[in-house]
Design a protein around this ligand. Sequence first.
Ligand code: SAH
Length: 369
Amino acid sequence: MHLAAFHPFQLAALAGLSAIDKSPHFLNSIDDTLAAWSARRNLPRFRRQQLRHWLFKRRASDWAEMSDLPKSLRADLAGSLQLWTTQIVRHTHAADETEKLLLQLADGGQIECVLLRGRVRRTICISTQVGCGMGCVFCASGLDGVERNLTTGEIVEQILRLQLLLRREERLSHVVVMGMGEPLANLDALLPALAEAHRPDGLDISTRRITISTVGLPPAIDRLTRSNASYRLAISLHAPNDQLRNRLVPVNDKIGLDAILASADRYFDASGRRMTFEYVLLAGVNDSPQQAHQLTRLLAGREAMLNVIPYNQVAGLPYQTPSHASQIQFRKILETGGLRVRFRHRKGDQIDAACGQLRRAQQPIVELG
Ligand code: SAH
């Protein structure tokens, strides 16, 4: 999103930022910030552990709540370290208990993040960029392009704000990086944020339960492989051949399925994780029996799980969700061909929980040409 595209209320928020606190964003680099801060005050090491404990385990929402820290220390923290940089612009609840936050960043940009509740799972879906530069033609997040990468602090902030929505007896079990943006275009900020989700003194979520979803950027996938990260990786495929994929996922033009699958194979070999592919099903575009057969051939021989996501319609875009009958037909061909398939249960669609939809609903409708 370019500055000219800012909605008037965003500009107003920008104008109001002159008083913004210049103190460092604590969540950007928790250990380093705490080390420097406590060294200047000669604080014992256990104070740092106490702070982390309050934040990640006891779900404190403010320094003031950290009741076993001396009052003077809490006042000092409040005066010198910024805990939150975002504001909650909207908080929506769906009947299925999905909750979604629309957050306004300090510079006026907006991002979305979601809490999904299953029977036992508590999954959060987080964003990595303001907007998205990949341009997938059916997706709401990329309609205005990418404005900027989020910082580590802004990613950790989504995780903690969503955790604060849980009831006392609930616990976060899964993280999916499937919100706005292309995570592999912002690995530098994302990896330290996910480390906080994984660390035992962070949220202590197993890397098996943390999934990064990508459009498929081979150099970044290779970087992830070299980093020995063992997060789950989901590749957004959406088409069984380059001709169609170039149309649906324009960045594919310069990459191609062969290169993506080769780098995905390397990641999955190194991480030992099962391969996951995502396929958004669009009526009359990528849901024909021939395409199902072609997809089966493309993925044959791989220990892969295919997540099929019936399209979540976006206002102003011409794509449609396929009928139930054609979804069943598509699924049958894949299963007969030996693929493991999961049709993703739709959650939160009454509250525009699909990528980028809520942010869009706040903005004036634009001409889509
Ligand atoms: N950029 C990353 C992650 C964000 S999108 C990626 O492309 O994977 C997460 C998933 O949601 C992607 O598979 C994306 O194609 C899909 N998606 C986007 N808009 C959608 C919509 N309206 N309905 C269903 N799935 C959608």
